[in-house]
Each structure stands twice: as structure tokens, then as C-alpha cells.
Design a protein around this ligand. Structure first.
Ligand SMILES: Cc1cc2nc3c(=O)[nH]c(=O)nc-3n(C[C@H](O)[C@H](O)[C@H](O)COP(=O)(O)OP(=O)(O)OC[C@H]3O[C@@H](n4cnc5c(N)ncnc54)[C@H](O)[C@@H]3O)c2cc1C
Ligand code: FES
Ligand code: FES
Length: 468
């Protein structure tokens, strides 16, 4: 039995946990305000909010309901566009969009409204850019962007007046949300067993890869939903190791304060991964097992020399390096009865340097043509160690063993970097595809390698010396 609160209504359903949330909302509950555009997580027309109990508060985030399994809603508050209407007037977000003429066809509007309500409910507001980040997963096809952007900034300006405590009360008092939101936490507390029982079936985490590929089959299939498993969640630090639960999402990494301490640029890196609602669903293990040669998180963790721990049905554990997980195109060192439990890496010391780069056709909400990450320690200009990864240049997310070996112990200079790029070019095997031909990808691989050094050692290297 799946149990959750949909707007202000308690739902108890025996529907198959693998069906999509959007189909449940529209077909079973007849709530047609949430629209279907692409069914691939790309357009944001189906955006809803998911609220999860966190002590006595509820944390809300936006998701695309077209690629989210119904079962992941268990124990949550699901909010559709019908659930944010006030009784007798438009809410503050709706008024901002209306006053700026930011709705033209109106089809995409429910998604924009939900994302901007989500902006008010998110846990931190840092800068105006957050307003754009909130709608990074919403597409408007009829060129209404400037007026939508203007509305988003106006909403952001108003939200900056929100106090740090009693935020839900403030949002209700300031006409963002209807009153019933204040009673939702008590309703969620009454729902027992927030984790659906383990069942045999297709292992699904956030669903952002699986549902794009196979939503129809999954709607009928038995699914093993691991997304809410407490054992697979959380980011912990033990001595000099950081251990990250397999089902940690990109947003969990984004908002983790300790990660920000060790990787001061992490939020800029992660903003390049998909869009806000996808980051709220997409897990690290899902990224690793999808095994895309351009998986951003895989490239990121390869450069941390991360290891993964796998568990089988008899609860036996084994740990391997992430770089040894990939055996060929979509071939993994993963047995049918195994799943990933966690990912671990050495906490970077202050003097270590880390950088991530991604080139795609669009800056946001696009997968990479080539992406890359590097971690290194350099003392007196000499490389103590280096871990370097490149995506989109081989059948697997690629760790450059030979280039790293070459650089280790070397004194950094323009000549050494140029020599390293020759080894790099021998190691990689890019193919021509829709994201660029082989020559272009080879050029990108070189440029991203240089970009790491230009960013990490701005006083030592100049772009013209490297490329000439
Ligand atoms: C619109 C859109 C944009 C995207 N943009 C990007 C992008 O910019 N960069 C990028 O890298 N990716 C992107 N993706 C791909 C996707 O979001 C990521 O790969 C994501 O990390 C997958 O995680 P998930 O939890 O959703 O995986 P799922 O779809 O739930 O699962 C993927 C695979 O992992 C397996 N799996 C999940 N957890 C475990 C586990 N613990 N043990 C063993 N197997 C497991 C599943 O069985 C399945 O085979 C995008 C996807 C969409 C829809
Ligand atoms: S329908 Fe386009 S993101 Fe869901
Ligand atoms: S207002 Fe709907 S596509 Fe632009």
C-alpha cells in the first residue's frame, strides 16, 4: 500500500508502485493541471513539489512527475498546481507571472508556477541566480522568457524578506500558499513505514535514467524502490574518509555544507548537471550504473579516486575502485544480485586542488560533449599525485592512467603539459556522434586538460603559451 498526502488529501492506493506519478495524478486523481510535454524530464510541464518530513519541518523540492515512480511518493506531501491555489484570489507567484504577461500559451505555466513556489520553499536563498536556477528545468517554447525571468526576480526580491524560522507561516501569511500547508507535517507523521517493503524487481532509484528509457514497461513491472532507503542515504565523514550513501542525490551534494568546505566551487560544478528538478531526483549510484561515458558524477568521483562498496543478497560486501567498475561500453563489474551501498573517497586536504569542466551544446540542462575532472597535489611546483578523468572520449567514463603516471613526480611547466597532452591523445578513443566528431572531441579533451591548469595555477600558466 502506497500512502501519501496529495495536496490536502490523504491517498492510500494499491496502484503499481512503478507507474509514473504524473499518470496517477492525471488519470487516477483527475488532476489535469499538471501537464505532459516531453515525458523525458526535459520540459518541466509536469513539475510538482515533494515535501519530506525532516524532524518537525517539511523540506520541499521540485521534481518532474513524468519520470518519477509513484512508489517514491510514499510518506511524502505531493503538491500539484491545484494544491497551491488560494480560495478567493491568485497567489503571489501567479500574480507576478500575470502582471508581467509571462503566460502566453499557458501550457508550460503550471510548471513555472510550481518551480517558483519551490523557490520559496527551498532551504537556502543565496543570490538572485537562485530564481533562475529554480526554473532551470522549465522550457517555454513561445519566447516568453524575458517576462518569466522578470517575474522570477520579483518573486525572489519578495522572498528575501522571509525570516529564517517559521518560513511556512510566512509563506501562508504572504499569500504564497494556502493555509492547509500548516497541518501537513502532522498528517505525514501519521503515515507508517516511510520505506516501502523491499521486493524483487527492477532496482529503481530516482528513475531519471530508467523512466526516460522505459516508462511504459516499468508502469507494469515489479520495482525495487531504493530511493528512500535510510541505509543508502547520507554523507558522513569518518577520520580522513568521506562516505556518501549510494542514493544521495545531486542536490544533497549541492546543499551539503561539508562538501562546500572541501570543494568551494562544487555548486558551480553541479549547476552544470541537468536541471533543478532532475538534480533533486538523480542519485550518484544511478549515474554510476547507467554507465554513460559522459556521466557527470562519474567523472567527478573518478577524479577523487573514489571506491564503491557493493552488497549482494547474502549481505556480503566487497569494495572496488570506481575506475575498475567499468569493463566496456555499459559493461560493469556488478553481479545481478548486487547493488551499490556507498561511495567513499579521501577527504581532500587543504593544499589539494580539484576542478571540474564540462562542455555541452547548451550551458544548462544538457549532457556533455566532453567533461573532465582533476584532483592533484603539488609541492614546490612538483606533482605529488594526480587523478584525472575525461568523459565522452571512450566507451566508458575514462580514467587516464598513463597521463597521470606521466605527470606524477614531474615539475609543472608548459613543456610538460604539452607532452602530457600527447600521452592523453594516445590514451583516448573518442568516436564521432551527435555531440561532436572525433577531431572536435580530441580538441575538447586537450582544452579541458589545459583549462584545469589555467584555473588551478593562474599565475603559472597563460592560455597562449599552452595553445601555441
Ligand atoms: C532531463 C535530464 C537531464 C539529465 N542531465 C544529465 C546531466 O547533465 N549529466 C548527467 O550525468 N546525467 C544527466 N541525466 C541522467 C540522470 O539524471 C543521471 O544519470 C542520474 O544520476 C541517474 O540517477 P537515478 O537515481 O535517477 O537513476 P535510475 O534511473 O533510478 O537508475 C539508473 C540505473 O542505476 C541503477 N541503480 C540505481 N541505484 C543503484 C544502486 N544503489 N545499486 C545498483 N544499481 C543502482 C538502476 O537499476 C538503473 O540501472 C539527465 C537525465 C534527464 C532525464
Ligand atoms: S513532461 Fe516534460 S518534463 Fe515531464
Ligand atoms: S507560455 Fe507556454 S510555451 Fe511559453
Amino acid at each position: 500500500m502506497i500512502e501519501f498526502v496529495l495536496n490536502n488529501k490523504l491517498i492510500k492506493t494499491d496502484a503499481n508502485a512503478g507507474m509514473t506519478l504524473i499518470d496517477f495524478i492525471r488519470s487516477e486523481q483527475q488532476l489535469k493541471g499538471t501537464k505532459i510535454g516531453c515525458r523525458e524530464g526535459d520540459c518541466g510541464a509536469c513539475t510538482v513539489l515533494v515535501g519530506s518530513l525532516n524532524n518537525k519541518d517539511i523540506l520541499y523540492k521540485s521534481i518532474t512527475s513524468c519520470i518519477s515512480p509513484l512508489g517514491n511518493a510514499h510518506g511524502k506531501h505531493i503538491v500539484t498546481v491545484e494544491g497551491i491555489n488560494l480560495e478567493d484570489r491568485l497567489n503571489t507567484v501567479q500574480i507576478a507571472l500575470k502582471n508581467n504577461n509571462a503566460t502566453q500559451c499557458g501550457f508550460c505555466t503550471p510548471g513555472f508556477v510550481m518551480s517558483l513556489i519551490g523557490l520559496g520553499l527551498q532551504n537556502i536563498l543565496v543570490s538572485k541566480e537562485d530564481a533562475i536556477k529554480a526554473i532551470s528545468g522549465n522550457i517555454c517554447r513561445c519566447t516568453g522568457y524575458k517576462s518569466i525571468e522578470k517575474s522570477a526576480y520579483q518573486i525572489y526580491d519578495k522572498l528575501t524578506k522571509m525570516p529564517f524560522s517559521n518560513r511556512l507561516n510566512w509563506l501562508v501569511d504572504n499569500s504564497y500558499l494556502p493555509n492547509y500547508f500548516l497541518a501537513i507535517a502532522d498528517k505525514l507523521k501519521k503515515i507508517k513505514n516511510h520505506t516501502p517493503a523491499d521486493i524483487e524487481g527492477v532496482l529503481v532509484a530516482g528513475g531519471t535514467d530508467l523512466y526516460v528509457q522505459n516508462a511504459d514497461a516499468l508502469a507494469e513491472a515489479d520495482v525495487n524502490l531504493v530511493y528512500q532507503s535510510q541505509q543508502l542515504a547520507g554523507i558522513t565523514f569518518y577520520k580522513d574518509r568521506c562516505i556518501v550513501g549510494a542514493e544521495t542525490t545531486v542536490s544533497d551534494l549541492f546543499y551539503n555544507d561539508a562538501m562546500l568546505t572541501y570543494f568551494p566551487d562544487i555548486r558551480n560544478f553541479l549547476k552544470l548537471v541537468s536541471s533543478e528538478p532532475i538534480r533533486n531526483m538523480a542519485t550518484i549510484a544511478g549515474n554510476f550504473v547507467n554507465a554513460s561515458p559522459i556521466g557527470d558524477l562519474t567523472i567527478f568521483f573518478l577524479a577523487l579516486n573514489a571506491s564503491i562498496t557493493l552488497q549482494n543478497k547474502s549481505h556480503s560486501l566487497r569494495t572496488i575502485l570506481l575506475k575498475d567498475f567499468y569493463k566496456g561500453y555499459k559493461k560493469l563489474d556488478l553481479k545481478p544480485d548486487e547493488h551499490i551501498v556507498n561511495i567513499a573517497f579521501n577527504v581532500p586536504k587543504v593544499k589539494y586542488k580539484f576542478n571540474f569542466e564540462k562542455v555541452s551544446k547548451r550551458t544548462h540542462l544538457d549532457i556533455a560533449s566532453v567533461n573532465s575532472a582533476i584532483q592533484m597535489s603539488v609541492s614546490n611546483n612538483k606533482v605529488d599525485f594526480v587523478y584525472f578523468s575525461l568523459g565522452g572520449v571512450a566507451p566508458v567514463p575514462f580514467y587516464l592512467t598513463e597521463t597521470c603516471q606521466f605527470l606524477t613526480g614531474k615539475t609543472l611547466s608548459v613543456e610538460i603539459l604539452k607532452e602530457a597532452t600527447q600521452i592523453l591523445q594516445q590514451e583516448i578513443k573518442p568516436i564521432s556522434d551527435v555531440r561532436g566528431d572525433e577531431t572536435y572531441k580530441r580538441l575538447l579533451a586537450r582544452q579541458l586538460f589545459y583549462a584545469h591548469f589555467l584555473k588551478l595555477f593562474p599565475k603559472t600558466f597563460q592560455i597562449l603559451e599552452l595553445v601555441n
